[in-house]
Design a protein around this ligand. Structure first.
Ligand SMILES: [Cu+2]
Length: 339
């Protein structure tokens, strides 16, 4: 095995450790939750009800294929296995579907892990050498050497250089993540509630989509991953920058979708903003990532990215949904616009 292979496999091992730690925390949060009242569906605000009812009634004998909710032009997209969701026995990052995600993953795989692995190996080798060469048996009379200018210059300069090598791509990545959305970008406001999500579309008539977790049974019936599927997804266009604004209505939540390299706190009384760019259509799952109470583990996120025209067709299926209007004040459109 070459050094590069060794470095790569150790890099993977480190990632496994991180994922395992995350899983442990996640599981603890889940384990804490069942004591809470099983009220998700009962507590779901009105907007969620029609869809839930529709999916229930459509289900009975005809299994998976017949499940889609009829909403006019829009049928929820079937998720692609392994895309935008965790995979069986997966132990590393999910595949990335945004430019910033690709850059972030590159930073991790190409810059950080090799450097961390190389430093760890160097320190380990030095320790072994010291243990073998400088013990009492090998050196009955201890050396009194306490300074070596050359070595001291090296062990000061080399770490400085390593930090500079890390800093350049790191700051570039950070700066990219803070770039504001271009002027005409679509805005979606994401509100974290205890314990579900609301997605408001101020540029499209101001309607809000309320999104609750599907039961494991309903999710599997619909061909979706359990604990991640929702009744109403956040639908957005693919291939264009989207301005995501997050806010919390009660406590702090965090809107996080791993395969889109997206995580942003949703804080009461404060709007956070970040650009989301999804490269291709698909369904991408995430979860609330800020411990927000008893049902924190039961407020998943499902983002459905569609081509522009299909996104607009979806908008028109929403109550008061408008397309192409300037982002002025959003009055409740009296009549639904014609197709
Ligand atoms: Cu939350």
């Amino acid at each position: 095995m070459s050094l590069a292979d060794t470095a790569r496999s150790m890099g993977k091992a480190f990632r496994t450790f991180g994922v395992a730690a995350a899983l442990t925390f996640g599981t603890q949060a889940m384990a804490a939750a069942p004591a809470a009242p099983v009220a998700a569906e009962a507590a779901a605000p009105v907007a969620a009800a029609p869809a839930a009812a529709a999916s229930d009634s459509a289900a009975p004998a005809v299994a998976a294929e017949a499940a889609p909710v009829d909403k006019g032009y829009y049928t929820p997209m079937k998720p692609t296995p392994g895309k935008g969701q965790p995979v069986d026995k997966g132990w590393t990052f999910q595949d990335q579907y945004s430019p910033i995600g690709e850059q972030g993953l590159w930073m991790h795989d190409v810059i950080l892990m090799p450097i961390i692995v190389a430093i760890s190996i160097l320190v380990l080798v030095l320790l072994l050498v010291v243990m073998a060469k400088f013990n009492k048996r090998a050196n009955p009379v201890a050396s009194k050497t306490s300074h070596n200018t050359l070595i001291e210059v090296i062990w000061t300069l080399v770490p400085v250089l390593i930090l500079v090598v890390i800093a350049v791509p790191s700051i570039r990545l950070l700066a990219h993540q803070y770039e504001p959305a271009p002027k005409g970008a679509l805005t979606v406001k994401v509100t974290g509630y205890q314990w579900y999500w609301g997605y408001t579309y101020p540029d499209n008539g101001g309607f809000e989509v309320i999104s609750n977790m599907l039961s494991e049974e309903d999710a599997l019936k619909a061909g979706e991953p359990g604990h991640l599927a929702v009744d109403n997804r956040m639908v957005v266009p693919a291939g264009e920058p989207i301005r995501i604004q997050t806010i919390g209505s009660d406590v702090i939540h965090a809107f996080a979708v791993p395969s889109l390299w997206f995580k942003l706190d949703a804080v009461p009384g404060r709007i956070n903003e970040k650009v989301l760019f999804i490269k291709e259509p698909g369904v991408y799952y995430g979860q609330c990532s800020e411990l927000c109470g008893a049902r924190h583990g039961y407020m998943p996120i499902a983002v459905e990215a569609l081509p522009r025209d299909k996104f607009e067709a979806w908008v028109k299926t929403q109550p008061g949904g408008t397309v192409g209007a300037p982002a002025a004040a959003a009055p409740a459109a009296p009549a639904a616009p014609a197709a």
